[in-house]
Design a protein around this ligand. Structure first.
Ligand code: TYC
Length: 105
C-alpha cells in the first residue's frame, strides 16, 4: 500500500517514492533607526543593496524613522548575512552608525 507521505510498504521493504519538497528557512532583514544616519543615505542603501525603487525606499525609510525598525527584505540565511555585512560596511565607510539585523521568519 502507499500512504500519504508517498511511502510504499510491502511485507519486508519500504520504498520512498517521492522526494520531500522542502523550503529553506527564511530570514527577515530589518533596518534600525538612529539619530545620526541621514535619511538620504538610508534611501540610498535601500536602493543599492536591497534593489528597492526610490518611492518605496523613501516609504520604508520614513517607517523606520517613525517606528524604530523596518523591513528591507526576506532572504535565505547566507544572502541575509551578506546584505547585512554590505549595509554595515557602507555605513562605516560613510561614518554612519546605521544598524541592520535579521530575524528568522
Ligand atoms: N532618524 C534618522 C534622521 O532623523 C533617519 C533614519 C531613518 C536613520 C532610518 C536610520 O534606519 C534609519 N536623520
Amino acid at each position: 500500500m502507499t500512504d500519504q507521505s508517498g511511502t510504499h510498504t510491502d511485507e519486508r521493504i519500504k520504498i520512498k517514492e517521492r522526494q520531500e519538497v522542502k523550503r529553506p528557512p527564511m530570514f527577515k532583514v530589518y533596518l534600525l533607526n538612529d539619530d545620526y544616519t541621514t535619511m538620504e543615505f538610508v534611501v540610498h542603501i535601500l536602493e543599492k543593496i536591497f534593489h528597492i525603487n526610490t518611492v518605496k525606499a523613501s516609504q520604508i525609510m520614513l517607517h523606520v524613522h517613525k517606528n524604530g525598525k523596518g523591513l528591507a527584505g526576506v532572504y535565505t540565511k547566507g544572502i541575509a548575512e551578506t546584505k547585512i555585512a554590505a549595509v554595515h560596511e557602507m555605513a562605516q565607510l560613510n561614518g554612519f552608525p546605521l544598524k541592520c539585523i535579521m530575524e528568522k521568519e
